[in-house]
Design a protein around this ligand. Structure first.
Ligand code: BES
Ligand code: MN
Ligand code: ZN
Length: 440
């Protein structure tokens, strides 16, 4: 099959009298039964990189619905990145539990930049690696299994370091251990480094929330809230996938992924509301809600990174709060940082990739809500401004290191397919981070 793009308002290649059948609206498709099957694809009137990405996503969906195994996609002549990404990212199926088919042979007709194709295929591989990990059953990606994956990745040009439960005890990572108490799977803190620029002192540390399942703990989630909670390690998958992809692209950067990994479960050993635990940096935390577990494990990881990894900057990615989804929805992540340089670089990467970030305020007045009578901090300060309070909590563990927090609870995992995201996990953040790292 051949996919032919048509701008809205241009004449579609249709037989006389049938011109009205196709307007060329963005994402509109019309299948013609010529000698070779032809799919007309509307691009709309005024295109952007993202509208082209979405239009070609519609073409891939239409081709897959008709079970075409070999498709030639004709280039729109501009927005080549959106063209290629729209096709590549939509040709995804998660087949561990159900049969599904993808297009086996794809060609990009009239693509001017062949090098771009190679690069985008490498990034696609990284995104699919993240999607596959996040979509999998929680018990098929338990902390030990992810640690093993990281160890395997560490055999090539990447370096892996794994802290197991015993080591976490020795180091005094009281918050990771508290969250892990009721789990039948041991916790891990995993580290994966790529030194692509040995001459430079620049070192980006990416920290990712790795809760392999979030029941809420004793502050149990209702069924509907729990349904998607195998996605709660998306931050960890994304930062690990980012380092792996940066290495495969051969980027001239030094970057480390750090991911605390545990479940948040219930049993007789559960950590309890009212309990106080001590963090890696010595601060004590009163647990006021066991469902605010992400910030606890990130706190230990962030203070560990600041102390041991000599980061020039730290960026954490986390499916941290429901509050951010209420505030800005599934289309974008919340960006929290006081560092203007980091903000500028990340927002630019967001503009370039259409992986949207929305800058959120860090209002110190809300620190009041994070005070405890019997410890240095509480872990949850109530529902209002929930995403900001979570950030204020994390801030207590970052020291002087320039730091940005990205709450990806919205776009990391979708309940319904949308555009070029076909199955739940999106791999959001890989394109953003590659762009950010490339420009460093
Ligand atoms: N993993 C959740 C946040 C989440 C919600 C991610 C929806 C993706 C979709 C997080 O651990 C959590 O439970 N947060 C609580 C915090 C509250 C108890 C202070 C929340 O947002 O309700
Ligand atoms: Mn939770
Ligand atoms: Zn969580």
């Amino acid at each position: 099959m051949r996919v032919i793009p048509v701008w809205e308002g241009d004449k579609a290649p249709l037989k006389k009298g049938f011109e009205g059948d196709f307007k060329g609206k963005n994402g509109e498709t019309l299948l013609l039964y010529e000698e070779e099957r032809v799919l007309l694809l509307g691009l709309g009137k005024k295109a952007t990189e993202e509208s082209v990405r979405r239009a070609y996503a519609a073409a891939v969906r239409a081709a897959r619905a008709k079970k075409f195994k070999s498709v030639n996609f004709v280039s729109p002549g501009k927005f080549e990145k959106g063209f290629v990404e729209g096709v590549l990212l939509t040709n995804y199926a998660f087949t561990e539990y159900k049969k599904d088919e993808v297009i086996e042979h794809i060609s990009f007709i009239g693509l001017k930049d062949q090098k771009l194709l190679q690069k985008l295929e490498t990034i696609r591989d990284g995104i699919f690696w993240v999607r596959n990990l996040v979509n999998r059953n929680s018990d098929d990606k338990a902390p030990a299994q992810i640690a093993k994956l990281v160890q395997e990745l560490g055999k090539g040009k990447l370096k892996a370091k794994i802290l197991d439960k015993h080591k976490l005890h020795e180091e005094g990572m009281g918050l990771i251990l508290a969250v892990n108490r009721a789990s039948s799977h041991d916790p891990y803190l995993v580290q994966l480094s790529y030194h692509g620029n040995p001459k430079s002192k620049d070192h980006v540390v990416l920290v990712g929330k790795g809760v392999t399942y979030d029941t809420g703990g004793l502050s149990l989630k209702p069924t509907d809230g729990m349904l998607t909670m195998k996605c709660d390690m998306a931050g960890a998958a994304t930062v690990l996938g980012a380092v792996k992809t940066a290495a495969e692209l051969g980027l001239k950067v030094n970057v480390t992924a750090l991911a605390p990994l545990t479940e948040n479960c219930i049993d007789g050993k559960s950590y309890k509301p009212g309990d106080v635990y001590k963090a890696y940096n010595g601060k004590t935390v009163e647990i006021t809600n066991t469902d605010a577990e992400g910030r606890l494990i990130l706190a230990d990881a962030l203070s560990y990174a600041a102390k041991h990894l000599k980061p020039t900057c730290m960026i954490d990615l986390a499916t941290l709060t429901g509050a951010i989804v209420i505030a800005i929805g599934e289309e974008m992540s919340g960006l929290f940082t006081k560092d203007e340089k980091l903000a500028k670089q990340l927002l630019k990467a967001s503009d370039e990739t259409d992986e949207l970030l929305w800058r959120m305020p860090i209002n110190e007045d809300y620190k009041e809500a994070m005070k405890s009578e019997i410890a240095d901090l509480v872990n949850s300060g109530g529902r209002d401004a929930g995403a900001i309070k979570a950030t204020l909590f994390l801030q207590e563990f970052t020291g002087d290191t320039p730091w940005a927090h990205i709450d990806i609870a919205g776009p990391a995992y979708l309940t319904k397919p949308k555009h070029y995201n076909t199955t739940h996990a999106t791999g959001y953040g890989i394109r953003l981070l590659m762009e950010f790292l490339e420009n460093r």
